[in-house]
Design a protein around this ligand. Structure first.
Ligand code: PHE
Length: 426
C-alpha cells in the first residue's frame, strides 16, 4: 500500500475483471486475489475421498449425528457477511487488504466459516455443522497456508421454558457420558466480569448454554483425540478452557488439548451474540457456536510435518490414506533446501507489507517455497530509505530442485517485486 492506503502495482496494466469459480468481478483498488489462490478455490479437499481432511471432517460430523451437515458452500462472500453481520468493528484489522483476499470492495473470500452463521440460522437450522475452505493472507512457513479448512458448529434453543428444559436435559446426558470418560478438564467460569453475559440474556440461561457448549466440545475432543496413541488409563486426555474474545460471541472461549507434550490450540467458541440471531430473524433463540481449524489437528493426528502436503497430488502422499482411518504419515523423502536471498530498497511512495511479499513469492513459486523469513531491516541514517532482506527457502515436497530452476524462479520473483512495488534491488 502507499501512504494513502492504496496498493501500487507499477507498470502492471490494471486488469478489468477477474474470474473466480465461474463468476466475473470488476476489479478495483481492493482487488488482491492472485492466480495461485484462484486456481485452488475449487479444490474442496475436505470432500476428497481418503484425504486426511475429509476423514477428519467425517469424524467430527459423526460426533453430531443429529445435526445438519453442510460442506459445499462457495467461498465468495460479501465483506458484510464476513464482518458486519457478525458485529466486527469498522477498524478491525481482519478487514485490511493486507490480511484478507478481495475480488473487489464488494466481494471477498471468506476468512472464517462464521461468515455463514446468519444464513444458516435464517434458513431455520437450529443444529448444524458447516465445513469449508477459508482464506487469509499470511506469512509462509510449515504451518501457515493462505487457504485452510474450518468446521463451524452451532446449536440454538428456544429462549423460553421449553428451551431451558431442553438444555438442562442435554447437559445431564452429556455430563453422564463425560463422567465415565478418560479425560481431565481444566475449566474457567462460564461467565465472569472479563467474559460477561450479554445484557439482553438471562444469566441463568446463558450459563446453561455455555455449559452445554463446553460439554459438547469436551465430548468432541474425546472423539478426536481419545483413541490416539499416548492416551491411556493413567495418561488421560487433558483439555483446557481459556477465556477469549470474539466480536460475535459472549462469553467466549478457546479450547486447548495437551498432545505430544504441547498444548495445542484447537478452536474458538462462545454464546452467540443476540445481534446475530436478530439479524437472522430468529430473535427468540439463544445458543452457541464454535469454529475449528482442520489442518492443525490433522497435522498432529497424522504426523504430517508440512501444511503444503495437504495440497499434494503426489501418489506417495495420497496413497497413504484411507477414508475413515487415521494413520501415521511416512515421509517419502526430504529433498534438499535451496536458500535464496533478495535485498532491496523500498520505494518511498509504495509500502510493502510482509503479506504482499509472500503473495508475490507464492504466485511465482507456488508450493516450491517452504518458508520465507525477513533476515534484515534497516533505515539508512542519512537518506532515511528502508532496506529489507528476505531469505526464501525453496524445497519441493516431491522432487529435488536444480539450482538453475530455482535461480529462474528467483529472478521472476525479483522482476515482479520491481514491477509491483517499485523496489530497488541492492
Ligand atoms: N470464527 C472464529 C475464528 O475463525 C472462531 C469462532 C467461531 C469463534 C464461532 C466463536 C464462535 O477464529
Amino acid at each position: 500500500m502507499d501512504a494513502s492506503g492504496k496498493f501500487c502495482y507499477f507498470n502492471v496494466p490494471p486488469k478489468i475483471h477477474i474470474e473466480i469459480l465461474g463468476q466475473r468481478f470488476p476489479t478495483d483498488d481492493f482487488s488482491n486475489i492472485t492466480p495461485a489462490i484462484i486456481s485452488k478455490t475449487a479444490s474442496q479437499l475436505h470432500l476428497k475421498h481418503s484425504h486426511p481432511l475429509s476423514t477428519l471432517r467425517e469424524l467430527i460430523e459423526s460426533a453430531y449425528p443429529d445435526f445438519t451437515h453442510a460442506s459445499s458452500v462457495s467461498p465468495l462472500v460479501t465483506p458484510f457477511k464476513n464482518f458486519d453481520e457478525l458485529s466486527f468493528p469498522l477498524d478491525h484489522p481482519g478487514r485490511a487488504v493486507t490480511d484478507s483476499y478481495y475480488a473487489n470492495r464488494d466481494m471477498m473470500l471468506r476468512t472464517h466459516t462464521s461468515a455463514h452463521e446468519v444464513e444458516m440460522f435464517r434458513k431455520g437450522e437450529t443444529k448444524w455443522l458447516l465445513t469449508a475452505d477459508v482464506y487469509r493472507r499470511d506469512e509462509i512457513d510449515a504451518s501457515h497456508y493462505p487457504i485452510f479448512h474450518q468446521v463451524e458448529g452451532a446449536r440454538i434453543f428456544d429462549a423460553d421454558g421449553n428451551g431451558l428444559k431442553e438444555v438442562e436435559e442435554d447437559n445431564e446426558r452429556l455430563s453422564k457420558v463425560l463422567a465415565s470418560a478418560n479425560i481431565v478438564i481444566e475449566d474457567v467460569p462460564h461467565i465472569s466480569p472479563t467474559n460477561p453475559v450479554q445484557f439482553d440474556h438471562d444469566p441463568v440461561f446463558s450459563e446453561l448454554v455455555a455449559k452445554n457448549l463446553k460439554l459438547s466440545l469436551n465430548n468432541l475432543m474425546l472423539k478426536i483425540f481419545g483413541g490416539v496413541a499416548g492416551i491411556s488409563k493413567d495418561r488421560p486426555l487433558r483439555v483446557r478452557w481459556i477465556e477469549a474474545y470474539f466480536p460475535f460471541t459472549s462469553p467466549s472461549f478457546e479450547v486447548e488439548v495437551f498432545f505430544q507434550g504441547k498444548w495445542l490450540e484447537i478452536l474458538g467458541c462462545g454464546v452467540v451474540r443476540q445481534a446475530t440471531l436478530n439479524t437472522a430473524s430468529v430473535p427468540n433463540k439463544i445458543g452457541w457456536a464454535f469454529g475449528l481449524g482442520l489442518e492443525r489437528i490433522a497435522m498432529v493426528l497424522y504426523s504430517i510435518p508440512d501444511i503444503r502436503l495437504f495440497w499434494s497430488e503426489d501418489s506417495r502422499f495420497l496413497s497413504q490414506f484411507e477414508q475413515g482411518k487415521i494413520n501415521v504419515f511416512q515421509p517419502y523423502s526430504k529433498h534438499p533446501s535451496c536458500f535464496k536471498d533478495v535485498s532491496f530498497w523500498l520505494s518511498p511512495n509504495c509500502a510493502l507489507h510482509e503479506n504482499d511479499f509472500c503473495d508475490v513469492v507464492r504466485d511465482t513459486a507456488g508450493d516450491l517455497v517452504e518458508d520465507v523469513k525477513r533476515i534484515d531491516h534497516f533505515v539508512h541514517p542519512k537518506t532515511k530509505r528502508t532496506s529489507l532482506c528476505y531469505r526464501i527457502n525453496y524445497r519441493s515436497m516431491d522432487r529435488s530442485l536444480s539450482n538453475e530452476e530455482v535461480n529462474h524462479v528467483q529472478s521472476q520473483v525479483v522482476t515482479r517485486l520491481k514491477e509491483r512495488f517499485a523496489v530497488e534491488i541492492r
